[in-house]
Design a protein around this ligand. Structure first.
Ligand SMILES: [Zn+2]
Length: 322
């Protein structure tokens, strides 16, 4: 019985270990809508539930498609030490130096964000409602991932330093416990990004730099916390699971001095700014006529197929697990 219970608990904990957690991804896309100018708001606000819900589609796809995984991270420490001058920021130059296969192996998030930005710009030019919405939701996901420190470190789940679980701890447990009660999401307005490549690389470099503190602080705190105080059986989405205790989570957040909130706020601002930039680069098309449009039956089938694949995956990601 004990074994079954433990298995059940482990599977719940594993399922929860997604990038930024489903909770934070949804929040980030949701808040980003309110930073948009009125000309965009008239399309994005009526579709805010879609943008919120589909913020997690790229993570669901990690259970169905092999090429999906590398789009969510970059193990940048593979390329030397900060600020990694040996790694060309331009895709073609990086391919020439390291080969496409090798880049795929260590993750491509800063490049994939730019691919998605181009797709969104094209969707705006075509005034294609469905493509604008789907690409906005998914672009928001990859941008948010680029803001997570452990998405820019090969020790992404503390697997090399006996800190297994730290990935979901930073990006799921902390925001789920504290975002609603303590985080401030009054952020301002979307800004035009004149050099999106440089912008997203800067965020990734910040993440890489911060990842060392994330790993170090958790280790220091674990050493000073009583062994039975680090984990506790507490409620998560209405289910009692063994997870990092509230006390340990709050102590970690304090030690990070608000880093999770700062990164989440910046992720929201970045998502809105990328959406805005795509629209401006497409020539600021009038979105009024798109505001009342609906998704097609083919779209609905596509969403359903992704959901089914994800649900039937039994919690096994293709490629690297977190
Ligand atoms: Zn992700």
């Amino acid at each position: 019985m004990k074994k079954i219970l433990l298995l059940l608990i482990t599977s719940v904990v594993c399922r929860s270990a997604y990038c930024w957690g489903f909770y934070a991804h949804r929040q980030i896309n949701n808040y980003a809508v309110f930073l948009l100018p009125p000309e965009m708001m008239l399309l994005y606000k009526p579709n805010i539930d879609f943008l919120t819900e589909h913020a997690v589609d790229p993570d669901k796809r990690r259970y169905a498609v092999a090429e999906e995984g590398p789009r969510h991270y970059i193990d940048i420490d593979h390329y030397g030490t900060y600020p990694y001058p040996g790694l060309p920021r331009k895709w073609n130059e990086a391919v020439q130096k390291f080969s496409r296969d090798s880049l795929m192996q260590y993750g491509i998030v800063p490049w994939h964000v730019q691919v998605m930005l181009n797709r969104l710009t094209a969707a705006f030019r075509e005034k294609n409602f469905s493509r604008i919405m789907k690409t906005s939701a998914e672009l928001g996901h990859y941008i948010a991932d680029a803001h997570v420190p452990l998405h820019a470190n090969s020790n992404h789940n503390g697997q090399l330093s006996n800190q297994h679980g730290i990935h979901g701890f930073w990006e799921s447990r902390v925001p789920e416990l504290l975002a609603e009660k303590e985080f401030d999401f009054f952020i301002g307005k979307a800004q035009y990004i004149s050099d999106p490549g440089k912008y997203i690389w800067d965020r990734v470099l910040e993440s890489a730099l911060a990842s060392d503190s994330v790993l170090r602080f958790e280790k220091e705190l674990s050493e000073r916390f009583p062994p039975d105080g680090k984990y506790a059986f507490e409620a998560r989405n209405g289910v009692i699971v063994r997870q990092y205790s509230s006390a340990f989570t709050i102590a970690f957040d304090r030690k990070l001095n608000g880093m999770v909130e700062r990164r989440m706020r910046l992720a929201i601002a970045s998502v809105a700014s990328f959406w805005f930039t795509a629209w401006v680069n497409a020539g600021q098309p009038d979105l009024k006529e798109l505001a009342g449009q609906k998704f097609s039956e083919a779209d609905a089938r596509e969403f359903e197929a992704l959901n089914l694949k994800w649900k039937n995956s039994a919690g096994h990601m293709i490629g690297r697990e977190e």
